[in-house]
Design a protein around this ligand. Structure first.
Ligand SMILES: NC(=O)c1ccc[n+]([C@@H]2O[C@H](COP(=O)([O-])OP(=O)(O)OC[C@H]3O[C@@H](n4cnc5c(N)ncnc54)[C@H](O)[C@@H]3O)[C@@H](O)[C@H]2O)c1
Length: 252
């Protein structure tokens, strides 16, 4: 089997990093399931893929809901085929300093990032085990190292690194690798929302971030898509349990 007949799932693929990753994986030759909260939200990504000659399917599901995840993966199997590539990218922010962070801010972030990755990986792994082949990539973050205002998010993103290493150990004997990509600052709606929260224009916010980054620019979604493309490739089969920081330089 080659990229030409493998099926990939990318969660949170309606926009930002997930959309760029879905488009890149489709260009690499995979049939791609674009999962996001609403099926309609994924149509734009699907249209871009099909316009370029690729194959894609938009599926609506909340990754933190076990029933919706099971139904979404069943639909992918029925309409595209059994998934052997999974990119757990769906994410949300509920930033606040600890003393102002609500219980629901904590739970929402844990549920989408950590429980979502758990549910999706569990639903997809049986197809990968059956195929004797699989690639799982989880989106961590440089915030896993700690970031002011992100106690929930940094805990979830650090948690995803432990989750990734455990999947690598459990699933390696079935031909499945698991790795994490930890982006630094990537210009998306997510970082635009952060700029708004701290009361800065997005351009000013990006310029301030770029001045701290060794390559002197902020990241773009394609920077992450390119790294994911490598990690899910057949040739990356000896790379597993790793966290790849994609941040324009080393992090302290
Ligand atoms: N942008 C950055 O600088 C940056 C840095 C490090 C890590 N990340 C991580 O990369 C991933 C993508 O980030 P982005 O910047 O593209 O974000 P984004 O906000 O632009 O896109 C996130 C997507 O996830 C979807 N989503 C949210 N909750 C969902 C749920 N419960 N079920 C299904 N889909 C859901 C949203 O609808 C949206 O389409 C996230 O996991 C994020 O934490 C981003």
């Amino acid at each position: 089997m080659t990229e030409q007949n493998r099926v990939a799932i990318v969660t949170g693929a309606a926009r930002g990093i997930g959309a760029a990753t879905a488009i890149r994986l489709a260009a690499d030759g995979y049939a791609v399931a674009v999962i996001d909260l609403e099926e309609a939200a994924g149509k734009d990504t699907v249209e871009k893929i099909t316009a370029a000659g690729g194959k894609a399917l938009a599926v609506g599901a909340d990754v933190s809901n076990g029933e919706q995840v099971a139904a979404a993966v069943d639909r992918v199997v029925a309409e595209l085929g059994a998934p052997t590539i999974l990119v757990n990218n769906a994410g949300v922010l509920r930033d606040n300093l600890l003393f102002k962070m609500s219980e629901s801010d904590w739970d929402t972030v844990m549920n989408v990032h950590l429980k979502g990755a758990f549910l999706m990986s569990k639903a997809c792994q049986k197809h990968m085990v059956d195929a004797g082949y699989g690639r799982i990539v989880n989106l961590s973050s440089s915030s896993a190292l700690g970031n002011r205002g992100q106690a929930n998010y940094s805990a979830a993103k650090a948690g995803l690194q432990g989750f990734t290493k455990t999947l690598a150990k459990e699933l390696g004997k079935f031909g499945i690798t698991a790795n994490a990509v930890a982006p630094g600052f990537i210009a998306t709606d997510m970082t635009a929302a952060t700029a708004e929260r701290v009361g800065m224009g997005f351009e000013e916010f990006k310029a301030a971030a770029a001045s701290m980054i060794p390559v002197n620019r902020v990241g773009v979604p394609d920077d992450i898509a390119h790294t994911v493309s490598f990690l899910v490739s057949e040739g990356a089969g000896f790379v597993s349990g790793q966290v790849v920081y994609v941040a324009g330089g080393p992090l302290d």
